[in-house]
Design a protein around this ligand. Sequence first.
Ligand SMILES: [Zn+2]
Length: 65
Amino acid sequence: MHDGVAAYVLGVLDDSEHEAFERHLEVCEQCQAELVELAEVPDRLDELKQAPSASEDDPPMSMSR
Ligand SMILES: [Zn+2]
């Protein structure tokens, strides 16, 4: 059942599987933690994409030393 976290995040579960997993999620700290980790991935990707353009405003520390 723990394997359902990724599928749940991707939204590829059947309706019945989706409901079953949500019920499991309420009582499973392991899956809750895994869900949080997976949910953070898109945010990290955005940060990586924004990093190069943001560095143009802030000169790299290695350049000023
Ligand atoms: Zn679980």
